[in-house]
Ligand binder design. Sequence first.
Ligand SMILES: CCCCCCCCCC/C=C\CC(=O)SCCNC(=O)CCNC(=O)[C@H](O)C(C)(C)COP(=O)(O)OP(=O)(O)OC[C@H]1O[C@@H](n2cnc3c(N)ncnc32)[C@H](O)[C@@H]1OP(=O)(O)O
Length: 370
Amino acid sequence: MQALSLHMSKTAMGASQKDFESAMNQVKLLKKDPGNEVKLKLYALYKQTTEGPCNTPRPGVFDLINKAKWDAWNALGNLPKETARQNYVDLVSDLSSSDSSSQVKPEADRKQPGYETLVVTSEDSITKIMMNRPAKKNALTIQMYREIMLALEAASKDDSTIIVLTGNGDYYSSGNDLMNFMNIPPGEMEKEAKNGAILLRDFVGCFIDFPKPLVAVINGPAIGISVTILGLFDLVYASDRATFHTPFTHLGQSPEGCSSYTFPKIMGQAKAAEMLMFGKKLTAREACAQGLVTEVFPDSTFQKEVWTRLKAYSKLPRNTLHISKQSIRNLEKEKLHAVNAEENSVLQERWLSDECINAVMSFLSRKAKL
Ligand SMILES: CCCCCCCCCC/C=C\CC(=O)SCCNC(=O)CCNC(=O)[C@H](O)C(C)(C)COP(=O)(O)OP(=O)(O)OC[C@H]1O[C@@H](n2cnc3c(N)ncnc32)[C@H](O)[C@@H]1OP(=O)(O)O
């Protein structure tokens, strides 16, 4: 109600009709919506200036908008027209200066510090977490898993409505960085596999427990863990250039990210088996037909269309949106944590297998052009 309190004139000289007309034009140029209370105040002062005290019957009880306008005008009582005009001009002047000081900052200013492998920005009530190793196709290093967990933790507490995960460059992500298997000293493999399983359990756990709507903006191909966790997102928007590939068997590894549970639920047993057991790579349109992707957009308009959609969604009532997300997730949380624990204990064993070690060696020797 503060904005509705009577605004004191700040100028010694009264505002002229020309000042009033110029203020009316300025209102139309405001970039930030001043909110309903201020708009009602502006309306009331405009009516008082142009017509004097309220002189029409009160609208009916169900005519909510016109009743609110009438009440605001009527509340000005016998305020003289000149004072109303001055108050209108002063109020617009205040709104214009706060509007220009709240102009959108350049991206560099919005970027949150402290991340080496991510770019995290917040704008329009959306926190965007962008994986940022484009030269390595956004392959996930140990540091990157940790930074994503930190960014999610921070985003769960900030004032954002929606959280987006996306990738920089031509890939969304090529999944686990296979270099994570390198440089493990002899005799340390079991310990490292155990630590890897704990890291992965915590990483996937963050997605299971995340309390706000999570949106994956799939800008290009996605592989491995970056695909499996999609079953834990609320919306998955994909460019028509994106592909979805989980070549676990070829790598001597087994499904993670709760996909052994979410994929059969989403796409049915047979289609899930094609992906998770036989490594079938899906196009974006196939993934959409199978329910893993919400919607596919042409690559040429992907960013524009997706961000326009997300900005509109971010204006929805925040608390209600979060409560709905939590109600849906709470039904499954216990099951998902149990699946996560089971998948990681199987995977921990797989990492020690010859099939996995040989597959990683094969990738590295191809990379080294051996
Ligand atoms: C015992 C310790 C365990 C520790 C475990 C920690 C937690 C583990 C969690 C496990 C979870 C998930 C499993 C998965 O995600 S499986 C999926 C793994 N990903 C892959 O198999 C993809 C491998 N990459 C490729 O096949 C190709 O690179 C590509 C993505 C198809 C792109 O091919 P391209 O020809 O277009 O480009 P390329 O020249 O190959 O790539 C450019 C550079 O990027 C490097 N790179 C790409 N992806 C990865 C990757 N996943 N790991 C490591 N490096 C990758 C590539 O090597 C090039 O580098 P450089 O320029 O040669 O230096």
